[in-house]
Write a protein that binds this ligand. Structure first.
Ligand code: ZN
Length: 383
């Protein structure tokens, strides 16, 4: 489709080809962490006096943490919330069908023998692989499940507004993933939510010793930025966003809801966990736009769009995130990391971008302009 029509490379694709071996894409324009491939334009990312980024520091902390002690803490928390008489679920496991979801369900049901309610906010952009993986996890771990699927017209309208609002295409997903499991927790009076990956390594603001605690507003703070009520306008009605409305502070407090991240209590290793769920539980990888790894966001056919938006706005995409992880664990040198990062980041995600332009009516020029207007301080230096 889009590929055939397009003969010319984009400006960024040409730039990526021209940057010298081992150099980052915007060499000399913006600063990069001296250890991995992360640029200073990443949201909330702080460099220390040595020029090393927070996620690099976190990955060092991780090696010195007493994981046995942390695991004992986890066991205590889970025991506290276990339903003693079986009259309710022990916890909620919010899942998407990604590899973390399968791993979370494995840990909760097989290691700790809990009876969870699995809850899915369906962004309604599921890939075939994603549908299979979700279904497969529910069958393998034999759990009850609730899923919310927003109507297509609302998803399309929200995807359009999202770009102007937060500079990526996925407000509805950021907001729904936070709000819907919490709605269910309040309605079903289930006090514990068990999330997967730790914050410390994925954004610059948290560390293993100073994690961002889960609360009602966590996802609004880290990704959605706006509450559902604030998104309503003359095209988007309150009834379009019911799945995204958070329970009130009082409701959440009264229900005594707490949330934990398994990654704060057990050594989180994406590569190993991917192999583990693939080899033991039939989880499937997929080809994903914008990166060389097949496991992150395999459930979503718009992942490439989310990452390409970030690339236009901040000068890096998922390729950089993944290369940085691999540099930290020693799988790649920093130079090899930059090579992979720029090749994947700069690539136009034809499938998802063409679809996005179709549902929103934006031209590609408009799309790029909206994102460029969103560039912050350092990112203004980007071409
Ligand atoms: Zn770094």
């Amino acid at each position: 489709m889009g590929d055939k029509k397009r003969v010319k490379q984009t400006r960024y694709e040409r730039l990526a080809k021209k940057a010298g071996y081992g150099n980052p894409l915007f060499h000399g324009k913006i600063r990069y962490c001296v250890r991995c491939c992360m640029p200073e334009t990443a949201e909330g990312l702080a460099f220390d006096e040595m020029g090393i980024c927070q996620p690099c520091r976190s990955s060092e902390q991780k090696i010195h943490i007493n994981w046995k002690e942390r695991e004992a803490k986890l066991r205590k928390i889970l025991e506290k919330y276990r339903s003693k008489d079986g009259s309710n679920y022990d916890c909620i496991v919010p899942i998407s069908g990604g590899k973390d979801s399968t791993f979370q369900l494995y840990v909760v049901t097989q290691v700790y023998k809990l009876n969870p309610l699995a809850v899915t906010f369906n962004h309604n952009w599921y890939s075939e692989t994603g549908k299979y993986n979700l279904e497969n996890a529910l069958e393998r771990f034999d759990v009850d499940h609730i899923m919310f699927t927003p109507k297509r017209s609302a998803v399309n309208k929200l995807a359009k507004k999202s770009l102007q609002l937060i500079g990526d295409t996925c407000w509805h997903c950021h907001a729904g993933v936070g709000a819907f499991p919490l709605q269910i927790a309040v309605k079903y009076k289930i006090k514990l939510l068990v999330w997967g990956e730790p914050g410390g390594e994925n954004h610059g603001r948290a560390t293993y010793f100073d994690p961002i605690p889960y609360d009602r507003d966590y996802f609004t703070k880290i990704s959605a930025r706006y509450y559902a009520e604030e998104v309503v306008d003359k095209n988007i009605s309150l009834s379009d966003v019911l799945g995204y409305v958070l329970p009130s502070k009082e409701e959440v407090e009264k229900a005594g809801i707490v949330g934990i991240y398994l990654g704060d209590y057990m050594f989180w290793d994406d590569e190993r966990q991917t192999e583990f769920v693939r080899d033991n539980f039939g989880w499937r990888e997929d080809k994903i736009e914008g990166t060389y790894k097949g496991y992150k966001s395999a459930e979503c056919r718009m992942a490439g769009m989310h990452d390409y938006s970030k690339f236009i706005k901040r000068g890096f995409g998922r390729g950089t995130d993944h290369a940085s992880i691999d540099v930290r664990t020693g799988l790649l040198t920093r130079e090899e990391g930059f090579e992979l990062a720029k090749k994947h980041d700069a690539q136009r995600p034809s499938k998802s971008l063409d679809y996005y332009l179709k549902i929103t009516g934006y031209s590609e020029k408009e799309f790029e302009k909206i994102l460029k207007d969103k560039r912050g301080k350092k990112a203004k230096l980007l071409p």
